[in-house]
Write a new protein. Sequence first.
Lengths: 245, 245, 245, 245
Amino acid sequence: MPGNPKPIDQQLNELARAHRILALNGHVNMTLGHMSWRDPEGRGFWLKRAGLGFEEVGKDDFILLDFDGNKLHGSGERHSEWPIHSEILRARKDVQVSVHSHPLHATIFSGCEATLQGVCHEAVMMADKVAYYNITKGLIRTVEQGRELAGVLGEKSAVLMKNHGMTTCGATIADATLSAIFLEKACNAEIIAAATGFSWSGPDAKDLLLGGAARLDVNPRLSADFWSYFCRRLDVYEKQNSISF
Amino acid sequence: MPGNPKPIDQQLNELARAHRILALNGHVNMTLGHMSWRDPEGRGFWLKRAGLGFEEVGKDDFILLDFDGNKLHGSGERHSEWPIHSEILRARKDVQVSVHSHPLHATIFSGCEATLQGVCHEAVMMADKVAYYNITKGLIRTVEQGRELAGVLGEKSAVLMKNHGMTTCGATIADATLSAIFLEKACNAEIIAAATGFSWSGPDAKDLLLGGAARLDVNPRLSADFWSYFCRRLDVYEKQNSISF
Amino acid sequence: MPGNPKPIDQQLNELARAHRILALNGHVNMTLGHMSWRDPEGRGFWLKRAGLGFEEVGKDDFILLDFDGNKLHGSGERHSEWPIHSEILRARKDVQVSVHSHPLHATIFSGCEATLQGVCHEAVMMADKVAYYNITKGLIRTVEQGRELAGVLGEKSAVLMKNHGMTTCGATIADATLSAIFLEKACNAEIIAAATGFSWSGPDAKDLLLGGAARLDVNPRLSADFWSYFCRRLDVYEKQNSISF
Amino acid sequence: MPGNPKPIDQQLNELARAHRILALNGHVNMTLGHMSWRDPEGRGFWLKRAGLGFEEVGKDDFILLDFDGNKLHGSGERHSEWPIHSEILRARKDVQVSVHSHPLHATIFSGCEATLQGVCHEAVMMADKVAYYNITKGLIRTVEQGRELAGVLGEKSAVLMKNHGMTTCGATIADATLSAIFLEKACNAEIIAAATGFSWSGPDAKDLLLGGAARLDVNPRLSADFWSYFCRRLDVYEKQNSISF
């Protein structure tokens, strides 16, 4: 497997663990939602199979689809929203991983006439990276809808989908997953802030220019720290609850 | 037991498990609430006995009542609200199972001058299937009250009962239970959305016509997937906590 | 011990368990709060000793005080708010048990210009039994303050104390504890209802006259059912977590 | 180690435990946040090393920095916000311990145009001890920024940092940690109160003069009781979950 430092099995194991990390961070919505990973051999992308909750995903729960949605490998049903992934991966050469999920607060926020203001660190980090999609409030089940979604996403790393949920993407499993965790937290915080009826705000453009402002992403070490942290917490949780995959 | 594929014992075990699944999904209110199942031999209906919380219900915790509320079989007290079930089962030949419960958010939502708008998938799925009952804010303890409730329910699959809670119904244990889970989640989401003070909305009529919109119920596989998911989570929960029935 | 069916040790064990039941139902505020029980031999009242959280109270964690606050029996410090109990017990011959606690939602509700409207069953049950005290927002540390509080309480079964918490009372451990649980739940529900911005209401006077309306207390069996339920849940919780006293 | 009653190892163990107590009380934000303790030998201060969540900190996870941020002892990375601690310790000779953290509700409250009114005991205790900092919404990564923060803090025991979090300080590990716990709880309570839309208030100046009003801090025993309580709860939690350090 030249050019790919980790074998596919190892990557799929990490992808499965990312689903379970999302489960510990508010992203479970029954069996809905899925992550994808671009196949390193160029055949298409690996997608979580249908019928499982995020907390149930192991390394063998992925199917390989080509970019037209044909199943090339693996057993299990295809999520009907596979075009979310095919079209983002087609449009964005920098993206290797994509997350689609329905966490409670991001889904509610998506239904509101609101954009992230940056009340907390996570919201500041995500605010200028989020697109807002409302062409349909329903499922993305056609290539055309996937293309529209990818178009709205543009060069951003996340898109809130009206009355539906979110899709995030990134160059690594860590990046895409952290964006999903941050976006749910950000939406939760802004929902709480809005409900107070107080005036509230995030940093303005001038603040953001001042050497990082509330942005943590100026420090390249932090993302690695955060990802290691979530991986360790998953290990502790699964050990304490005698969960193995 | 001709015409009934599963023996009664097996069905009552599934009915008991449905109570415990509801317990894991926000429907516990002390010993209040109950599910019923139409007797396959035409004698009446099986009702959870009084005095138990949803998390405590095993397969032997049901009594068989005729449609006038007379106990035909089983030990334990009859919930005083048995007419909820007798009258819905009388009025709706398609209904085999009914859930009555007092989850926090649905109960609060029932006390508000509000109808579901469909902010999230669960709310969209339930919005046009919910009736709103406010003839009494008290218990349903007479056949006449039960008939009034069934009248308001009509052909829908759920009814919010003002300052009281909800009743759902369906052709299967899975259908009635999923409706109860979705309605509580829907009410919770709309309460949170309303509290933000933001403008917010669900899909409009045109959206709903466009091939499913936010509706998941266009896909017949999903209900089966969801029910299997909740059954597996109950198994995991009870195993982790060494709970057996 | 003529006239007292249960020995004191057994009653103190039940009183300790009531503290732990309150702990499972949102009443923990560090080491603050305490229950009291009228001594069946007429010597005064038994009070939880200071320094323990509700979840930590065992049957030996009570001291016997006379009605002037002098310690007659037991080791451990006296909560400075003992006059809450002495003065309610002096004023109300029907009261055997009193609960003072600081649960989050009742404390917040106490700080608001609001009275319970009865949005859910628990709120309906408590609404006409709650007095509102705001003579001081501080601790009740003198006999005079205790007398004022008892005066505001009058013949009710609970009093919300502004910016402080609640005190409930009853003829039995079960009654006083259930009132405390219901009042916290009621305040939580009304806080959530108010935050929606929707119009909302509980039953009006006419509703309440109609044979019970949303009131559960018309059924004398229910209180016993509820208390048994909470006792069983405590047993399960302590067994699952290997907690023994 | 003349003049210092407890050896450094023992103090660092208590400091580590304080991080884990904060973790149990809502202060975890991935690997962000840190406590410091003034070195009893005058060399500078001990700071939690970077890369760990509060729930992961053991006694060996501290590094000794001088007041210019140079590492004198220990392994591990330095949090970039070390100037928060150096400058508060420089400015306040009475302070031995400082906490910097990002709990959800205090962070949201910091982003609002609001000051604590004292809706519950914890809020009353903190209300006149909190400063409000909004010079930057970003990280405190320079000595000058640290000095500005210490200037805003003045003689208070806590400072809310706009769109960022909180810093508290005290003469002991217990004092600084309790202030952090109280401030998060206070912000949570005031956010909930504000969301109701009810009129609400805390004690006014006259109330506060009346022998303590809602203030618990008039009783010197209470702080010790609270700290012992939180230490015991940590022990129980770690034992129940087989966690050891």
